[in-house]
Design a protein around this ligand. Sequence first.
Ligand SMILES: Cc1cc2nc3c(=O)[nH]c(=O)nc-3n(C[C@H](O)[C@H](O)[C@H](O)COP(=O)(O)OP(=O)(O)OC[C@H]3O[C@@H](n4cnc5c(N)ncnc54)[C@H](O)[C@@H]3O)c2cc1C
Length: 385
Amino acid sequence: MDFALTQEQRQIRDTVAEFVDEEVVPRAAEIDETDEFPADLIDEMAELGLMGMPIPEEYGGAGLDYHAYPEALVEISRGSGGLGTIVAAHVSLACNMVYEFGDESQRERYLTPMAEGEEIGAFALSEPGAGSDVPAMETTAEPVGDADDPDAYTIDGGKLWISNGSVADTVVVFAKTDPEAGGKGISSFVVRPGEDDGFHVEGTEHKLGDKGCPTAELRFDGMEIPAERRLGEEGEGFVQALKTLNGGRITIAARSIGLAQAALDDALEYAQDREQFDQPISEFQAIQHKLADMDTKIQAARYLMHAAADRKMRGDRYVKEAAQAKLYASEMAREVCNEAIQIHGGYGYTKDFAVERYYRDAKLSEIYEGTSEVLRNTIADQLLE
Ligand SMILES: Cc1cc2nc3c(=O)[nH]c(=O)nc-3n(C[C@H](O)[C@H](O)[C@H](O)COP(=O)(O)OP(=O)(O)OC[C@H]3O[C@@H](n4cnc5c(N)ncnc54)[C@H](O)[C@@H]3O)c2cc1C
């Protein structure tokens, strides 16, 4: 694997970093405080091509490879963890589902407006009783008309924890077309909240962090959608979800690295400013070692992220590598943000400094798109296969 980014990949990262420093960093505390979806920032990001980064240009995306895209997401998340989730859920999950499993007409109709940033996407898999245990889902999609060649599906049920769920124009919904068949009975559908009667947003969560990204509870009451909105064949939904989450894990690693980098940057600055015992605290070896460990862990997570990305781009199996990148990066981010608070002392525990926000935002990466426990199961399964 070649670890060095190309000049083009570095340029893309630097352009995004500049945008983040100018537009996102100054807004991040306000987004955290108000918990409002930053629609104006999304419009600006759409203009820069950041809402469809890895999607081919023919479908409105920027055609970035899987080194440049996660690097860009590191930068976005360095500015705001909530914004990182908005983009990751929209691009890595919703856009990629339609790109990978949609037909040409579905791509043109639903993917292009999302990749151009005109529409927002969400990915609705989890339910109150089905988080890690996806096949336990209870949402059903009943065929209307001929069961072998239906005209439409009636979707009943609900979804929980759906990032972008209350603002999305397209929601990729997973539902059981064969409730007796476990994971093999799950199919995926493009749902259009603005068009489909029976789609309801029940509310949004009040969360520890990840503010600005609305996490919604959705309900579907006899929601009839045309059969042409099904992605792929009946019964393929579970495998589609797993494949999509695999790629998604690389970008959650990126979100974690961005938050950890922000914490390290702030800790470095603070340690050189803050004086105790007539010297900057950066003169104390205890603080220096913390900074050294923080940077070392961030670099290690970066390598794991790019190692997984490399295998994905080569078309190699990357289930273990994506799980390892996300597992290591998310736990690393929580630890690094914790140390950043420690270096800030009492000030770090207040809202006067951003490190407490990074810590709250970082925690989420250990939970969604596969908890750390589930990822350890995945890695062990791959080792023992
Ligand atoms: C802010 C936020 C945003 C989210 N966004 C989305 C989204 O956009 N779309 C979506 O579909 N979902 C989303 N989720 C849902 C998320 O993916 C789930 O919360 C996650 O998969 C865990 O499911 P759960 O919360 O039901 O926990 P559970 O599955 O109930 O797990 C509870 C605990 O048990 C452990 N556990 C469960 N099974 C095992 C096992 N087999 N072995 C060992 N330990 C196990 C878990 O690791 C965890 O510690 C989001 C969640 C949050 C909090």
